[in-house]
Design a protein around this ligand. Structure first.
Ligand code: URA
Length: 309
């Protein structure tokens, strides 16, 4: 393994570096990041990833490739041949792209999918000895009381009971983890949105659910055991609790980034107003243009952060 779990790094305060909290890693000769199709024996992680300062994650592989192309252009780091190889080639679980200090990784849908990817991504960054890493989830969501196309910078992810917690069952016992995100980073991203003035950007709590249909009070799933009125009451309660959008990954994302000492933010566009409907009925073109908004906002933030002061 090119970079082990050194005691020194385990013991240090992890102020700028990535924290892992697993003594078993120390004794492993090799670490296989199975779902990313990468391993420490055949890759030199510090050489390949040591310069990473920004990681953007999002649901779809296509979106993360398009983000790489976009940010490369914005930063003048374009590949002359326009080629951005998928670093995770050989697996269709996740896709990963890198341009300069920016890594772009897909995570699929829902908490289990992003959680597996994050375990392996955090170990990758740790083995690569990365420091001062910022990670942003750029995604899509359903809005509450917002014009479709509004971008929501998450203040804090909450669960379906509007509580700021992520519950993980470990050895049959429920472990509750904090979903705190970096307040300063959220504020900076909000400012980037205001500066762009191309679309509405707001800050609010994000409700993270375990399901797209019943879990998000939709009336159009295969099953529905509640009325339209009950749905509306629930969404109103969520709004009163500060929730402005709903998606399916932010709570575990925030919890895992906090545990590993990575500055993290969530920036999601709303595809519809859930108080007005459930089906995603906008045209393909409209959806595509909405999905670019978190990329544009995060792109501006990265550009400003990398500008020599
Ligand atoms: N993603 C979600 O989880 N919900 C929506 O309504 C839209 C996108």
């Amino acid at each position: 393994m090119h970079s082990g779990f050194s005691e020194e790094r385990n013991g240090e305060q992890c102020e700028r570096s990535i924290c892992v909290n697993n003594p078993n890693l120390e004794s492993m000769k090799e670490d296989i990041l199975y779902h990313l199709n990468l391993d420490t024996a055949s890759h030199d992680f510090p050489k390949e990833f040591g310069d990473v300062k920004f990681v953007c994650v999002g649901g779809s592989p296509w979106r993360m490739k398009s983000f790489t192309e976009y940010i490369a252009k914005e930063l003048g780091l374009e590949d002359p041949k326009g080629e951005y190889p998928n670093i995770c080639e050989g697996t269709d679980r996740y896709a990963m792209y890198k341009v300069g200090p920016i890594l772009s990784v897909s995570h699929g849908i829902g908490i289990p999918s992003i959680s597996i990817m994050l375990h392996e991504l955090i170990k990758l960054l740790y083995h690569a000895r990365c420091t001062d890493v910022t990670i942003v989830r750029i995604g899509t969501s359903g809005g509450i009381g917002l014009q479709p196309g509004t971008v929501v910078v998450t203040k804090q992810p909450v669960d379906a009971m509007f509580l700021p917690r992520f519950e993980q069952v470990v050895l049959g016992k429920t472990v509750v983890r904090s979903t705190e995100l970096d307040v300063e980073l959220a504020e900076e991203l909000l400012q980037c949105g205001k500066e762009l003035a191309e679309f509405e950007t707001v800050i609010g709590n994000t409700m993270c659910t375990l399901d797209f249909y019943e879990g998000q009070a939709r009336l159009d799933g295969a099953f529905c055991s509640y009325t339209e009125e009950e749905k509306q009451n629930y969404l109103s309660e969520a709004y009163a609790a500060g929730v402005r959008n709903i998606e399916m990954e932010s709570s575990v994302f925030a919890a895992m980034c906090k545990l590993s000492n990575i500055r993290a933010a969530v920036v999601c566009v709303t595809l519809l107003d859930r108080q007005k409907g459930d089906q995603l009925s906008s045209s393909h073109e409209v959806m595509q243009s909405y999905q670019q908004r978190p990329q544009i906002l995060t792109g501006l933030y990265i550009k400003k952060s990398l500008k020599p002061s």
